[in-house]
Design a protein around this ligand. Structure first.
Ligand SMILES: NC(=O)c1ccc[n+]([C@@H]2O[C@H](COP(=O)([O-])OP(=O)(O)OC[C@H]3O[C@@H](n4cnc5c(N)ncnc54)[C@H](O)[C@@H]3O)[C@@H](O)[C@H]2O)c1
Length: 249
């Protein structure tokens, strides 16, 4: 039912986990997908596995924190059909999860550079195309940690919270250009960064949900597909938890 044929989508951090699932689902819906990631091997493999299924995908090596990489990546994606329709800002600096007293300035600076400034760089470049088109959908992958506290993650929580402000502010400014800007807040989703089944943290995560389980990357991708599509034509500035009920508890 959801058709992205003829649309060009960029997914940052699309080599692994949630970003990869979003890239796959956008391509299944007919979009030409650009995977922007620092992991060349995994990113190339993700794009070629999508192409093997007869769909359109290209890997572009890009570090989202580097402004010039964002400029080049968006230019390359726009070169395909002379447009950018969808941008999913998914890449984030993960790790360095410990109490604030043990954190380093460098960790905070890197988190800021990747997760917030990277989102800013890609969004600004995509807007250069979306404004004249008078059409576009920008999706931030934030976290429920932007809505509720999380242990040992002050940098991550602070920057994910900032992404919600970024979402609302850009949605406000670019609504008149028919550009929709929304954020998804995933709960505990099974990716390479997740605790393993049976771990104390895994069990705690499961106990925080109404559904009694962690989520799968494809379940975040489904929400990202909806927001990217015309079915969400009146949805902007929204913060959508996809968390099995965690934040409703
Ligand atoms: N897994 C979860 O439980 C969960 C929960 C809430 C939010 N999230 C968010 O979902 C997003 C994806 O997380 P994931 O679990 O799939 O992690 P992941 O590690 O599997 O994927 C992250 C991707 O980002 C890429 N990346 C990292 N730094 C980059 C940079 N500087 N430039 C370009 N690419 C870069 C990595 O190479 C990787 O492909 C993140 O924004 C994360 O904060 C995840």
């Amino acid at each position: 039912m959801i058709d992205l044929k003829g649309k060009v989508a960029i997914v940052t951090g699309g080599a692994h986990g949630i970003g990869r699932a979003i890239s796959e689902l956008y391509a299944e819906a007919g979009a030409a997908v650009f995977i922007a990631d620092i992991d060349t091997e995994a990113g190339s493999e993700a794009a070629s596995s999508i192409r093997e299924k007869g769909r359109e995908a290209t890997f572009v090596r890009a570090d989202v924190s580097v402004e010039a990489d964002a400029v080049e990546c968006v230019k390359a994606a726009a070169g395909v059909h002379n447009r950018i329709d969808i941008l999913c800002n998914n890449a984030a600096r993960l790790g360095g999860f410990h109490a604030l007293a043990e954190s380093t300035t460098d960790e905070w600076t890197q988190s800021f550079a990747v997760s917030l400034m990277g989102t800013r760089h890609f969004t600004r470049e995509a807007l250069r195309w979306m404004v004249p088109q008078q059409q576009g959908s920008i999706i931030m992958i934030a976290s429920i940690q932007a809505m509720v506290g999380g242990r040992n993650s002050a940098a991550y929580t602070s920057i994910k919270s900032a992404l919600l402000g970024f979402t609302r502010s850009v949605a406000y400014d670019y609504g008149p250009y028919n550009i929709r800007v929304n954020a998804i807040c995933p709960g505990a989703i099974q990716t390479r960064i997740s605790p393993k089944p049976g771990d104390e943290l895994y069990n705690r995560q499961v106990s925080k949900t109404f559904l009694g389980r962690v989520g799968q990357p494809r379940e975040i991708a489904s929400a990202a597909l909806f927001l990217a599509s015309d079915l969400a034509s009146y949805v902007t500035g929204a913060i959508l938890p996809v968390d099995g009920g965690w934040t409703a508890m």
